[in-house]
Design a protein around this ligand. Structure first.
Ligand SMILES: [Fe+2]
Length: 533
């Protein structure tokens, strides 16, 4: 169905009353107590936030939507009652050969979101899906199942992306990702930013887009829901979600800037921060195509998990926020003995044990650690200034818990991980690094590589020119590429080689910019290190 032949949803009072009664509502608009999910009628198009798929498996994936005829209102324009949604999965884009279908209940408790775990499909195939509710039909999304476990696979194509501050730029990079027909997208986090509406950015520069003036900081569930609704209303982001499955994870801005475990960085009382985490995780779950196993329990969410892409790659999606040690040292960029304490961790003991098990069982050519913050050591003194005498490490990254990083490096060594590749984001810069076996000797032998994807839009229009670049590279011999344009990283993986393309959009202050590959690197299987191409 094209946009122009969608049913009209501006209903007159009589139709509305008929619809309300049909939907099990009383004339006062409240649900009848014994009414189950019912066919709903809407004031406006209910699929305003698009569709998404995620968590691919060899026999299926999750499909997601949320009914929100008035997306920016606290309720999304839905009554406090369940609504019935039907779904279909087809072999073709025209939705003629429907293979699976069913009904789901969109419940007010979950912001009328729907998460369907589709099963019984064939491995390594494209599928298409859509939803219907109250006479409305969603856009059609594409998804792809993973190859069968252990299957010989010739290629994997995917993107790693994140950091999408809505106010700071258009989501053109998402539009370009949507055009690539990827196997999936790894989202490293910062899907939303939690700060209040403003007219200028942190440096006083005008913003590309201005949030509605009543958008305060995200503190309550209603705040986080409205923020996701604003972001997910973006047509470029919707196009990316409709194009392939996502493997979502979260970083800090889904909750609060630079949060650590149970602590608010601004040292608010513990209980206040944990209530915020309850709201933030609930809204994250409601808006991500994830499984029921990710439904939060109070302030806790289960977000680390593993995927296998045939015999080609094992993927561990990590959670580096929920179980990490509280921030060390006095400043964000600093160095101190506390950061080197043996008990410090980014993953927590249980996730470390889980990762060791995953790496021990890994059979793929490539072992992917998909995570949020910089893994490699990085000396920031020429980034933050003009190079003082003191080492400056970023305490929000793995440099703030070097013992935890050493344990992961030891795991990679002990499990004889064939070709580790760490995927990262967070810094709004594109970076390629060789991971040193000994982080204190950054130019020494390397055990794997790290590709850091730049931001989709955060920090606004970028530049090819990096201040103090020569000094930064001299200080960090394992750093092979650095740039501050906006975009994403494309990964083309085969049994023999991994190619990472740093994709850049010209500008994000206006929509529709073209995309180009700024730089590519290759890793040859069995030979850790970056080959410049
Ligand atoms: Fe970010």
């Amino acid at each position: 169905m094209s946009r122009s032949d969608r049913p009209l949803f501006a209903l007159d009072r009589r139709t509305l009353l008929k619809g309300a009664l049909g939907a099990g509502l009383t004339a006062g608009g409240w649900p009848l107590l014994c009414a189950g999910p019912a066919r709903a009628q809407f004031k406006a198009f209910p699929f305003s936030l698009g569709v998404a798929s995620g968590e691919p498996a060899p026999d299926g994936f999750v499909i997601w939507t949320r009914l929100a005829p008035e997306p920016l209102t606290p309720s999304g324009g839905m009554p406090p009652a369940p609504a019935e949604v039907t779904w279909e999965v087809a072999a073709d884009q025209g939705m003629q050969r429907v293979l699976r279908s069913g009904k789901a209940s969109a419940r007010a408790e979950a912001a009328h979101s729907v998460h369907v775990e589709v099963e019984g499909l064939e491995p390594g195939r494209d599928y298409f899906y859509r939803f219907r509710a109250g006479g409305a039909e969603s856009a059609v999304g594409r998804s792809r199942t993973l190859p069968a476990p252990g299957a010989a696979v010739s290629q994997l194509r995917f993107a790693s992306a994140g950091c999408q501050k809505w106010e700071e730029g258009y989501f053109t990079a998402w539009r370009r990702i949507g055009e690539e027909n990827f196997d999936f997208v790894v989202h490293y986090g910062d899907y939303i930013y939690e700060a209040a509406a403003a007219a200028v950015d942190d440096r006083g520069r005008p913003l590309s887009r201005v949030m509605p003036p009543d958008f305060g900081p995200c503190l309550t569930l209603a705040d986080y829901r409205r923020r996701y609704a604003l972001y997910k209303g973006d047509p470029d982001l919707q196009a990316a979600h409709a194009s392939c499955a996502f493997l979502p994870s979260f970083d800090d801005h889904e909750v609060a800037n630079n949060w650590t475990a149970d602590a608010d960085p601004k040292k608010k009382p513990l209980t206040a921060f944990l209530s915020r985490r309850v709201a933030a995780f609930q809204a994250w779950y409601e808006h991500m195509p994830v499984r029921r196993s990710a439904l939060p329990r109070g302030p806790d969410i289960s977000a680390y998990r593993a995927f296998c892409f045939g015999n080609l790659a094992d993927i561990a999606v990590l959670d580096t926020r929920q179980y990490r040690s509280h921030r060390a040292c006095a400043e964000l960029f600093d160095s101190c003995k506390q950061a080197e304490a043996p008990e410090r961790t980014m993953l927590g003991a249980a996730q470390e044990r889980w990762l060791a098990d995953i790496l021990r069982a890994a059979n793929g050519t490539w072992q992917i650690l998909a995570q949020q913050v910089l893994f490699s050591r990085l000396d920031w003194r020429f980034f933050t200034g003009h190079g003082g005498a003191e080492l400056e490490l970023r305490m929000d990254a793995w440099d703030g818990a070097s013992a935890g990083r050493n344990r992961v490096l030891k795991m990679l060594q002990e499990t004889r991980s064939a070709n580790p590749v760490v995927l990262t984001g967070d810094l709004h810069r594109g970076m390629a690094m060789e991971i040193s076996a000994n982080p204190d000797d950054p130019g020494g032998p390397c055990v794997g590589v790290e590709f850091l994807a730049t931001s989709i839009s955060s920090d606004g229009d970028g530049s090819r020119n990096v201040r103090n670049a020569e000094a930064i590279f001299r200080q960090n011999p394992h750093l092979k590429f650095l740039n501050v344009e906006r975009g994403y990283t494309r990964h083309v993986v085969t049994p023999a080689r991994w190619q990472a393309d740093f994709r850049a959009v010209q500008k994000v202050s206006t929509p529709g910019a073209p995309i180009l590959t700024r730089k590519s690197f290759v890793v040859e299987a069995g030979r850790p290190g970056l080959v410049d191409v």
